[in-house]
Design a protein around this ligand. Structure first.
Ligand code: ATP
Length: 777
């Protein structure tokens, strides 16, 4: 900050140099400003929004270190590796074999990662290092809260760590956080008036599809194109060969599905907590390097997995909560390009997941926590079962986000907007089917509600849902007889509805808060969820009040979720790759097709490099960058650095070599397809011209005109005139650096350009129209 720049300006410079992004996003500005004013912040933003830079940039400005607490070793290893590729010194402490020394945290590193267990075990040593820490960042901060879906008890102690570090500015960061969880975070960490950085939870590029789960063969065959020949992994668009994660609820299922995919020729592997650390690391790396196409994982492969070009996330079987669902879907399309999230569900899966939650309870009988997990699961069931409302709006509402509205017309795809009063995103199965726009009917279930609450009351709040359902439907089963309930006046009081209907009715009464589930243990050690009346439920029993549901849920109207889903034709919901319907795609011009082909080739070159050098090149040279390379087709590395957005100016050797290889591929393809190069669309818009190759331009330069060449140790004086033009004058080399710094130019780029004999960009003084790096605005 000694340079006289504001923290946000300095952070922007760091972002451009190390990450290649032009500007901070508004929420990043907010978070960095809070830090620079010594304030705490709770940052809640969607998955893939760019939360990490909020805590990675401050130490670049401050010169000290951010201490990051994060829950998973694999997640931290990934971030450290990427930061190092971006030329930011980072280390992971406490991971085992190749540990950095804690004392090196002072001075050697800008970002230091550790898990909460390690931090708490070394709390006194960390206290000694407090002066070297400019920011304490708690990543995945929802783990602090037992209101959350992923409570980690060790996270609760982090308030103590904050105290011994002298209460440095603290940033709690999460993607999946309700207001209750935020409040818990604030209290546990004892944050002082934290700035709340809240962003939209929506991910418009993710297509959300819910389908009926049947058999592996029927469900996955088309998705992974098992009959087609498979040559390599293609992440340039959503296809049967693109990188995918399949989430399953158990270790055994993960092995089963992975084996099934392998037996059909798909490069797939299982990933779960039962594997050794080494095996997990190997599979994770293979997936990141595109050696594996599909990871079939349990929840162990979740938070923070950051492979930008994952094109598909599949949920196959039970999911625990909406938060898990959102976190896991959030692994897809992190490069901003289209990706699909398909959940295959069937009612038995819900039962299975509840059974797992209750099994955990018998191991760790924390009644309150288990109750919350059951409630969170109930919300997920309601979300998956309702195919009458836009899926996206339900997710947004869950996190307290509200859709915007447009009076008429079509909303942008993937944005959830009220059209004529009804939420629609055009990018989920419900909206693609048009079901979101149907007139919603209200159903009056007052009679059913009274009947069922009386049945629950008769069972005394000591049974699961089976007995009250059987009692209502009048099913004379042994367990009812054992309790003499077949003689009770409520027996058969609801026989106007079948047993299955009553089973489907229970979640709606839970959602409405009339019933609740209390986890209980049997003498045998087995656990179950006892169904009992809430205070609101008791009140309804005493004084009849109406119970209406709008729209009438499919499972209560006769058609289950899955039945409604099976009507969704694939053609309707599978809008592939470019996001264009097939008809439009077919009408793409020849140049568009050649560009698409070039994009695929570039992706292939990157893949080869990643594998050969064992580098996660995708994090730096992402798909959007490849797309720009294919569009702009720079003739040289210099032109690429000048025109292609997103390329960082600081690159290590491996990444610059990769860029060189990509440019060579561009040149080769342009020759083959006779495509023009250095096509700068921005410049085209501004000046109405294509910037052609520098070689061609140079040959057109009038030899009579003076040239601004670097001679005898003289370089160019660059003056930005008040009309935004550049003038050139000879100047000594030693002045280049301060000039560039004053004008926010990349000194290396200019030096290399000038000594190679490049000329200025549209210099008024020498009247030349050649390519040259323009200052960043
Ligand atoms: N200002 C920016 N402009 C453009 N891209 C950005 C910007 N900031 C971050 N990104 C990019 O966004 C992507 C996602 O960032 P990041 O990994 O920080 O996401 P996240 O919010 O932590 O997600 P998750 O919660 O899922 O882990 C990265 O590729 C990152 O480089």
């Amino acid at each position: 900050m000694a340079t006289g720049k504001s923290p946000v300006e300095a952070a922007t410079e760091g972002l451009q140099r190390h990450f290649g992004h032009e500007a901070l996003r508004p929420f990043q500005v907010q978070a960095i400003e809070a830090w620079s004013q010594g304030q705490d912040a709770i940052v809640t933003l969607s998955t893939g929004a760019g939360k990490s830079v909020c805590f990675q940039l401050p130490p670049l400005i401050d010169g000290r270190c951010t201490l990051v607490i994060s829950p998973l070793v694999s997640l931290m290893q990934d971030q450290v590796r990427t930061l190092r590729q971006r030329q930011i010194p980072a280390a992971l402490f406490g991971s085992g074999a190749h540990d950095a020394r804690l004392s090196d945290l002072a001075g050697m590193y800008r970002v230091a990662y550790m898990c909460p267990e390690f931090a708490m075990s070394r709390i006194s040593e960390l206290a000694q290092l407090r002066e070297s820490i400019c920011l304490l960042a708690i990543d995945e901060a929802h783990c602090i809260s037992s209101w959350g879906h992923e409570f980690r008890p060790q996270y609760k102690q982090l308030g103590q760590l904050r105290q011994v570090l002298g209460k440095p500015p603290t940033m709690a960061i999460t993607a999946t956080c309700t207001a209750a969880v935020r409040e818990d975070i604030r209290r546990c960490l004892q944050l002082i008036n934290p700035t709340e950085v809240l962003g939209p939870t929506n991910r418009p590029n993710l297509q959300l599809l819910i389908r009926r789960r049947t058999t592996l063969e029927d469900d996955l065959k088309d998705t992974f194109g098992l009959n087609a020949s498979r040559d390599g992994i293609d992440n340039t668009s959503i296809s049967s060969t693109s990188s995918s994660i399949v989430y399953v609820p158990t270790k055994a299922r993960s092995e089963e599905v992975a084996n099934w995919l392998q037996s059909h020729g798909v490069k797939a592997a299982a990933y779960h907590a039962g594997l050794s650390m080494q095996a997990r690391q190997e599979r994770h790396t293979a997936f990141m390097l595109d050696e594996l196409q599909v990871i079939v994982a349990t929840v162990a492969f979740g938070m923070g997995i950051d492979k930008p070009s994952i094109r598909r996330v599949i949920h196959y079987g039970g999911v625990r909560s909406i938060e898990h669902y959102v976190q896991q879907c959030g692994r897809a399309g992190r490069d901003g390009e289209d990706a699909e999230c398909i959940a295959f569900v069937r009612p038995q899966d819900f039962q299975e997941t509840r059974a797992h939650i209750l099994q955990d309870f018998s191991r760790n009988p924390d009644e309150e926590y288990c109750k919350r997990l059951l409630a969170l699961h109930g919300e997920l069931v309601a979300f998956l079962s309702d195919s009458s409302q836009c899926r996206r709006v339900r997710l947004l509402q869950h996190f307290g986000d509200l859709p915007g509205s447009v009076p008429h017309g079509q909303p942008p795809r993937g944005e959830c907007i009220l059209v004529d009063g009804k939420p629609c995103c055009q990018w989920c199965d419900v909206c693609l089917l048009g079901a979101c726009k149907l007139q919603q009917q209200e159903g009056d279930f007052t009679r059913e509600c009274q009947v069922f609450l009386r049945c629950v009351d008769a069972c005394g709040g000591m049974t699961g849902s089976t007995l009250p359902c059987a009692l209502a439907a009048g099913q004379n089963i042994d367990r009812l007889r054992a309790k003499k309930l077949h003689l009770h006046k409520t027996f058969g009081s609801g026989d106007f509805r079948p047993l299955a209907w009553w089973k489907a009715f229970v979640p709606h009464l839970l959602q409405a808060g009339l019933l609740q589930e209390r986890p209980s243990l049997l003498a045998s050690g087995r656990s179950y969820a006892a169904l009992c009346l809430t205070a609101a439920g008791k009140a309804v029993l005493q004084k009849v009040s109406s119970f209406k549901l709008c729209p009438v849920p499919h499972d209560l109207a006769g058609a289950g979720t899955a039945d409604a889903l099976s009507k969704v034709s694939k053609a309707q919901v599978e809008v592939r790759s470019t996001g264009l319907p097939a008809k439009i795609e077919a009408s793409l011009s020849a140049v568009d097709c050649q560009m698409q082909e070039l994009y695929r080739r570039l992706s292939h070159v990157r893949q080869q490099w990643m594998r050969r050098l064992n580098i996660m090149g995708e994090a730096i040279i992402s798909n959007p960058i490849l797309r720009s390379l294919a569009k702009i087709r720079p003739a040289s590395v210099l032109a690429a650095q000048h025109y292609v957005p997103g390329l960082p100016s600081l690159m290590n050797k491996d990444i610059s070599d990769l860029l060189q290889a990509l440019v060579e591929e561009v040149n080769k393809a342009c020759k083959e397809f006779a495509l023009p190069q250095n096509v700068n669309t921005q410049a085209q818009k501004r000046a109405g011209e294509d910037l052609v190759s520098p070689m061609k331009k140079r040959s057109e330069v009038n030899p009579q005109k003076p040239s601004c060449r670097a001679e005898e140790g003289l370089l160019l004086n660059i003056v930005l005139t008040n009309r935004g033009r550049i003038r050139c004058h000879p100047v000594r080399q030693c002045l280049l650096r301060p000039l560039c710094s004053a004008m926010n130019l990349n000194v290396q780029l200019w030096r290399r350009a000038l000594t190679n004999g490049w000329r200025c960009w549209k210099c008024r003084a020498c009247q030349m129209a050649d390519e040259f790096p323009k200052p960043r605005s």
